[in-house]
Design a protein. Structure first.
Length: 424
């Protein structure tokens, strides 16, 4: 259990970090101020601040975020009535605004805020030292910081460094960069995986008997590199069709036609019945043939990523075309359960799972659902067609609908996962 938890945190942390780093890097390139780069959600455990960005690690290792100035998750902190403490620099401008009781500013000026403009004209005003007869106004430095209620110090967000101030092309690239990084991570990890296992699984009809004892395939005389031409008279040309043909023959005597060194042989086997996710399937103890050439292993990241992408897109299409089931989806509970299986398979299992999960996250994030990266890219496309962005109210409403949909879906998926793995 401890090993699974540690693996889960590391795998999820890597995927989230790589995803968010994509947004972070291209936002910085576009001149967008990244106020906070967080790994994890919830209460802050650790933070480190540079001139522009505050880096935080938070308690729950179930996500992360890049908080861009003016972005949808960037809220206005200073409402009228907020008690603050101001630090005024040498240029008579406010350089730090403290709203936290956890942090004390030496020589800070106590003030109750009545109004602020931290985007355009950059000022703050209020009642100083409890004097409600006089409203005092201070100019605020462009690079001033705000110490938030939990003690996290971030820069204010002037209009010129906000997300919407960047060009449409830069905003689109910033939105796309997260999923793009997940695809790149999948390619790299699948390549490493191929070197770890010593070859690349081919998708043709060549097979390798498994090495878990003497299997049905080994007893029948099947050898590594044999190409299965037909199963019980049904022609097969790739691993998928071969698997389906064998799985349908549980406990049934079956004739296999295989090709070896240009010659055809007939082998007789009776696939053993196994229970897999409540279904009975036939197995004979074979796996995909592995290509051990250096070229194949170097290209494997691209080929395996492409094959898995087609599989995932096929599954998504099946869901939206009328065969939707919550069992087709998996939340944190399902990911944790799968992590346990991957961990039991050693480094190769963890790498394979990491690449699959990264690719999954990249594809799902590109779905045109508001609040996901794909939804933001869709809004960018609409802006390009209209030659002007949607109004802020309309965009906010669309985003809220997307967030509500995702929250409800996540609750349903999580409850379904709990029933699937712990109750049934």
């Amino acid at each position: 259990m401890i090993t699974t938890i540690i693996t889960f945190i590391i795998v999820f942390g890597i995927i989230v970090f790589i995803h968010e780093f994509g947004h972070f890097y291209f936002a910085k390139r576009a001149g967008i101020l990244v106020r906070e780069f967080s790994i994890g959600m919830g209460p802050k455990l650790f933070n480190y601040r540079t001139k522009d960005t505050t880096y935080t690690i938070r308690l729950l290792p179930l996500g992360g975020y890049v908080r861009m100035a003016g972005g949808e998750d960037d809220e206005d902190e200073l409402k009228p009535g907020t008690p603050v403490s101001l630090y005024v620099g040498a240029n008579d401008k406010v350089t730090r605004i403290n709203t936290s009781k956890k942090s004390t500013l030496f020589n800070g000026i106590p003030m109750e805020v009545t109004a602020t403009d931290l985007e355009n004209e950059l000022w703050i005003e209020g009642y100083e030292n409890g004097d409600e007869d006089t409203v005092k106004r201070y100019a605020v430095d462009h690079d001033a910081t705000v110490i938030e209620s939990d003690g996290t110090e971030v820069r204010i967000a002037p209009k010129d460094v906000q997300f919407q101030s960047a060009s449409l092309g830069h905003r689109l690239m910033t939105n796309f960069a997260g999923p793009m990084n997940n695809f790149i991570l999948a390619i790299i990890v699948y390549t490493i995986f191929s070197f770890v296992v010593g070859g690349v699984a081919t998708n043709d009809n060549r097979v390798t008997p498994t090495d878990s004892g003497v299997t049905i395939a080994q007893k029948a005389g099947l050898k590594t590199g044999d190409a299965v031409v037909s199963v019980n008279g049904k022609k097969v040309s790739d691993w998928a069709s071969l698997s389906v043909a064998i799985q349908s023959r549980a406990d049934k005597k079956t004739q296999f036609v295989v090709k070896r060194d240009g010659k055809t042989k007939k082998l007789s086997m009776t696939p053993k019945a196994n229970k897999v996710q409540g279904k009975t399937v036939g197995v004979v103890g074979i796996t995909q043939y592995r290509d051990h050439s250096l070229k194949a292993m170097l290209l494997s990241g691209f080929t395996q990523t492409w094959q898995m992408m087609l599989t995932l897109l096929g599954a998504l299409w099946s869901m939206v075309s009328g065969h939707f089931s919550l069992n087709d989806l998996g939340g944190p509970v399902a990911i944790f359960a799968t992590t346990s299986v991957a961990t039991s398979e050693g480094l190769a299992g963890v790498l394979n799972f990491l690449a699959f999960l990264s690719l999954n996250l990249g594809i799902v994030n590109l779905l045109p659902i508001p609040a996901l990266d794909g939804g933001k890219i869709l809004l960018n496309a609409i802006e390009a067609i209209r030659r002007k962005p949607l109004s802020e109210n309309v965009e906010t409403a669309i985003t809220l609908v997307g967030v509500a949909f995702l929250v409800i879906l996540m609750l349903l998926v999580t409850w379904n996962d709990i029933e699937r793995y712990f109750i049934r």
